[in-house]
Design a protein around this ligand. Structure first.
Ligand code: FES
Ligand code: FES
Length: 164
């Protein structure tokens, strides 16, 4: 049983909605999102901040959720893959589908969110910048070439898309 002295209240935004939760100070952000909110798009593997499958966006920055405690997101905005799609899939999701950027799909939520964060900062990255940025995420299936192609294609789609 958790010592009540080690439980804290955390207020944050999750996929655009205000949330408030009581959490043990030891609870990781991965476990909060998966176990309390049922967001199974947040994957889990190395638990050491190395593989990137657990990536979510915190205030727009890619973060390994396995390496964050839940209390660290107080006052911040968290986006998971479940919050990315609007009425239609996001351009990065469309590009990954059209360019074969995934096989088993386990790394894909983290890859897509990491790519989105890049394209939010830099609308026209070159191949080397894409390779460098995406190197935080491990894929065991694709050999990466299709992922890089997908990110470059998404950048092009977004540049053609009228801004809201
Ligand atoms: S599970 Fe978080 S980085 Fe690997
Ligand atoms: S698509 Fe299988 S791990 Fe990347």
């Amino acid at each position: 049983m958790t010592d009540p002295a080690h439980v804290v209240t955390v207020r944050f935004h999750l996929n655009g909605r205000a949330e408030q939760v009581e959490v043990p100070t030891s609870l990781t952000l991965t476990d909060l999102l998966r176990d309390r909110f049922g967001l199974s798009g947040v994957k889990f593997s190395c638990s050491r901040g190395v593989c990137g499958v657990c990536t979510v966006l915190v205030d727009g920055d890619p973060v390994a959720s396995c390496s964050q405690f839940s209390f660290q997101i107080e006052g911040r905005a968290v986006q998971t893959i479940e919050g990315l799609r609007g009425d239609v899939p996001h351009a990065v999701q469309r590009a990954f589908t059209e360019h074969g950027g995934f096989q088993c799909g386990y790394c894909t939520p983290g890859m897509v969110l990491t790519a989105k964060a890049l394209l939010d900062r830099n609308a026209a990255p070159d191949r080397a910048e894409v390779v460098e940025w995406m190197s935080s995420n491990v894929c065991r299936c694709t050999g990466y070439e299709a992922i890089v192609e997908s990110v470059l294609a998404a950048a092009e789609m977004l540049r053609r898309q009228p801004r809201a």
